[in-house]
Design a protein around this ligand. Sequence first.
Ligand code: GDG
Length: 762
Amino acid sequence: MIVRSLRMSLRFILPLALVLGLFAYIVVPLLDNITLRWYVRDLDSRAELLAGTLRPSLAQYLPENDAQRIGELFQGATRDERLIAIGFCDNAGHLLYQSLEYPASIGCWSTPSTGGLYKSLAQLPQGQVHISETPVMQDTSQLGRLVLVQDMSFVERRNTDTKRFIFAFLAVLAVLISLMTVFVAHLSWRGWLSAVKDILRGELLSKNNPAVTTDAAPAAAPAPPPEMQPLIGDLRELLQEYHLERQGESGWSSDWTPDKLRALLEADLAGDQVLVVSNREPYIHTKTDAGITVQRPASGLVTAVEAVMRACSGTWIAHGAGSADRETVDKFDHVPVPPDKPSYTLRRVWLTEEEEQGYYYGFANEGMWPLCHIAHVRPVFRSSDWEQYVKVNQRFADAVIAEAKTDNPVVLVQDYHFALLPRMVRAALPKATIITFWHIPWPNSESFGICPWREEILDGLLGSTILGFHTPFHRKNFLETVDRYLETRIEPEASTIFYGGEMTQVEDYPISIAWPEDNPEQPDVAICRAQIRAELGLPFDHLLGIGVDRLDYTKGIVERFQAVERMLEQQPGMVGHFTFVQIAAPSRAALDEYQSFDARVRKMVERINRRFGSGAYLPIVLKAEHHGQDDLQRYFRASEVCMVTSLHDGMNLVAKEFIAARDDEMGVLVLSQFTGAARELHEALIINPYHIEQGADALYRALVMPPVEQRERMKSMRARVKHFNVYRWAGRMLLDAARLRQRDKVMTKIDAHSRIKRRKGL
Ligand code: GDG
């Protein structure tokens, strides 16, 4: 510390010494010179004045050669302490009269023939003197010259005094400045040191940020000083890197598989019951002419959560919506699934038509869905829908409570259909670990404010232990929304919300798909290409584009077709050689908005087909029906390009499914920048779907992309999707849950221990 202070002091003292040196060798001599000139000018005028005084008397005494009176005159004048001596020289340069102290070395200093004042400086043994010589006239004739010798030693004395004063002043200033510098440096060093310590302890990284902390928040650590902000950023990054490295070392971030997820559940959530709640069931039993059939619905949520449930067993609670669902359950409304190889239980909840209408179609899909997506469809909120939403949330919460075998199950709540359920379950099972995942975007706080029951929705969600979103952006929007509408304490860096004495951890967990296992029965890409083209009546070298979506206005299907149309306009060579196949699974068809969207899509397809089609050739093939998984795979594998053009999408799993299907490492993905997937799949051709020309250009670029480039892009995306798979998504959430459960267990033990101690009076 001493050495550091010394070094710091030197850093300031050295430049100061340099300034002093400059002062001594340049500034001071310059000042000397200037002051000398001032003094000389002063002495010149004094000499003029003296000569003027003496001249009349001299002019009188000189013609009389009155040596005595001249001597007295000179002696009288030299009483002035500055005037050392006076002499008089005749015109021939002979010193005729002089005062007593007149220096012999001076003599008659000059003998100019004309008048005027002549002066000079001379160095005598007694010091420096100023000599001036001035003519003495009588009428027009010059009698001789008066020589005045003035003492200049006072100049030197004054200069020396001034120099001493300046040096003393500067020295004191230097000492003061360096002392102050050392003091300030010491203080700021201590401040930095303690701030850095805070950062490392996680305080500044997590403590309240006025931007997102409510007024009601209790006083916490002071906000970091602004000059610490860059350092905080750097340290945070370093800590995160360190954290990731640690995770890597512990195998946390290595490849996730169903086995690894199972192992995690056994090790970290040993024996804990896992319950899933979602609106959509993973298997729907339907009555058909051929008997009861079972179907996997077209839903990103089902695709992801089903993979997790297969790995961890447990119970999935969902709305029994199929026409044969009641016939396939036992007396507890349970059915083991998947039908071919059961590994978990599906518990069905029955809803009346009125409940389904109000809760599902009304509040969830006419209110919350458009509210959370920027797709320019206005949300509709009705009180009657809200009442059903509250009622159905309670119905499902009751089912969770009934299915819970312990008082602390792990409950995975899915999506915007159940925003109130976490609080309802928490009320009955305070020790439950409730993980809620919001599969769709979260809007900005202002947009969310449109919802008449915004506080109730937020309160319900904050019953969760963990609340997950796809992207950091949605997470941030949520924190800001809570900050705006509820009285809570938010720690933005730690991403936690304290509300009603409980904490909710808000995180981003980007969802993904289960990476397909090697399937020897899966037909080769070449076979898929041939089969699909044959089914569509197209030649073998015909170019194909594919889109797979629920028929939903958020998916950008209209914009996609506009891009296809524009591409055909711009590239007439593609007409007759390219077809876009759109698989559009019917969705929410009971709603007006979806019906008119369906009609709009069909009309558009007809128009484009009329414009560019000929004979059997159709530029767009719309397959508005549900397809089996195998079919989807075949289409993905047979196509040159897959287009995902959502106007707004939480993640979009179709993009990832297309990549996973392309084990030949070929094919190009055109991807909307407004999907969560665009944050991960950088090698896709990223577009703004609203910009039709951009979409058209990307489509054409994809169709003519050289195989080498396709392979490079596809390879890299495949590696990422394989690594960041759905098991990792679930694993990360469950690991966080396990950590929080562990913390709660420790806290409970500590509480119990201190209660015993208090009871014993210890
Ligand atoms: C929500 C969010 C988020 C489609 N047609 C058929 C079919 N599908 C399957 C796809 C895919 C799923 O449906 C659609 O998933 P997305 O992710 O594209 O979209 P959403 O349904 O809107 O899902 C979304 C997701 O939740 C997960 O969190 O990514 O952002 O909106 O798996 O393949 N499946 C079958 N037949 C079809 O006709 N079998």
